[in-house]
Design a protein around this ligand. Structure first.
Ligand SMILES: Cc1cc2nc3c(=O)[nH]c(=O)nc-3n(C[C@H](O)[C@H](O)[C@H](O)COP(=O)(O)O)c2cc1C
Length: 209
């Protein structure tokens, strides 16, 4: 009888450990493209670099996309990859808007400063980007067309200046039909950083996996 009780107890402990082990095996990647990390800063002074922003507001100090990357860094056990194009953009919106539009219109396959991560290692991908021209920037579209995200669970986080998610969910699924978008979050780019931080934190807490 005693042996049976020990055996049952051992089985219960093993059963309790299985979900925890499965969770540990699930690997996550934060993969993002941020404007402020993709501009050519040659010749700019430190102030100009720190102010490089499309938002044009003093309500926030930093790109809200980078604020969300920081939240993920603090809360999620994940590798982090910042996508940087080989040919950096001009810091001024007037000089950047048209080339970015043409890249998207012609579906140019962009080159990157570093090799892309091995997506096959990951189960969950936190994909972050601003809306550029009513959808994802061409950098992200290039990756979506070249990588295989089949079976990956994607949590999208973005910034916009009025368009919300725009066409991004459709773009993701059109290039990666076998990926699953678990949930999506976006914040208006002029939102104060602390507000964006708390909204995003609340969003992460309510994700149903
Ligand atoms: C080339 C370009 C195109 C953009 N197109 C859109 C758009 O279609 N819809 C939109 O809501 N915001 C658009 N934006 C604004 C961005 O989504 C983003 O919110 C803004 O760049 C804020 O970035 P920051 O936080 O780094 O300043 C565009 C920005 C750029 C640079």
């Amino acid at each position: 009888m005693k042996k049976l009780i020990y055996l049952l107890a051992a089985l219960l402990i093993m059963a309790a450990c299985v979900p925890a082990m499965a969770q540990q095996e699930s690997k996550a990647l934060v993969f993002y493209f941020d404007y402020s990390e993709n501009i050519d800063t040659t010749g700019l002074d430190v102030d100009a670099i720190s102010q490089a922003s499309m938002a044009g507001t003093r309500a926030r100090d930093q790109s809200n996309l980078l604020v969300m990357v920081d939240v993920l860094r603090e809360r999620v056990d994940a590798d982090i990859y910042s996508l940087q194009v080989e040919e950096l953009y001009k810091p001024d919106f007037g000089d950047l808007a048209e080339p970015a539009r043409i890249q998207k219109e012609s579906n140019e396959m962009l080159a990157f400063q570093e090799a892309l991560p091995d997506f096959s290692q990951y189960d969950v991908i936190y994909l972050g980007t601003p809306v550029w021209w009513y959808g994802a920037p061409q950098s992200i579209l290039t990756v979506l067309q070249q990588a295989d995200l089949s079976g990956k669970r994607i949590v999208f986080f973005g910034i916009h200046r009025g368009s919300g998610f725009a066409g991004i969910p459709e773009e993701i699924l059109s290039y990666q039909p076998n990926a699953e978008i678990v949930d999506l979050f976006t914040v208006e780019c002029q939102t104060p950083n602390d507000e964006a931080r708390s909204q995003f934190t609340a969003f992460l807490d309510q994700i149903v996996w």
